[in-house]
Ligand binder design. Sequence first.
Ligand code: HEC
Ligand code: HEC
Length: 152
Amino acid sequence: MKLTCTVFSFIIVLIVLLQACEKEGGNETNISAFSSKKSHNMGQNCMSCHKNGGEGEGWFLAAGTVYDSLKTSTYPNATVKLFTGPNGTGTLKHTLQVDGLGNFYTTESIDFGTGLYPAVEGKNYTKYMSSSTRNGQCNSCHGSSAEKIYTN
Ligand code: HEC
Ligand code: HEC
């Protein structure tokens, strides 16, 4: 009886510990794809949670949200490209698919080097950031200090 009780308590402790561990978001592969609707929190800085030690699933190296030209609705299935030169020049280093909710994100390592120039391609036109960035937390500026990222 006593042994059963000890074993039983031990199992309970293990279950509690396992649940505690589950809460910390691990660094698993998490990459946006056209039409996918697994993401959330449009417009927020994804990396406030999706970082080492954060609660988000997967630590993002680049992430953000794309809106339509009115900047009221998100714009799904656009394409984000990171070039070594301005206005789509130089080498195309990374291509990210914007998902069905307007978010893009990747846990793949990105070598920003001295800085990459983002481009956002919609069905009708492409917008180019005129300066380069080494910061993949696109929504840390866009939607607060800079206007929302948009295309159409
Ligand atoms: C306030 C913290 C927080 C912010 C901000 C946040 N996330 Fe998350 N995210 C989480 C947590 C916690 C989970 C795991 C539980 C869940 O799915 O809700 C998660 C899970 C996810 C998943 C995985 C869903 C799955 O089923 O595999 C994706 C994709 C995701 N987040 C994308 C994003 C994107 C893109 C942004 C920014 C636009 C973002 N998150 C902003 C906390 C956050
Ligand atoms: C440190 C702040 C900051 C970060 C981080 C940032 N941007 Fe920007 N972005 C700006 C500012 C300021 C402008 C306007 C001036 C310019 O084009 O350089 C801009 C312009 C843009 C434009 C052109 C907008 C237009 O009206 O034509 C696009 C597209 C863009 N950024 C995409 C991105 C993407 C994608 C990321 C993430 C990989 C990103 N930005 C990261 C500050 C930032």
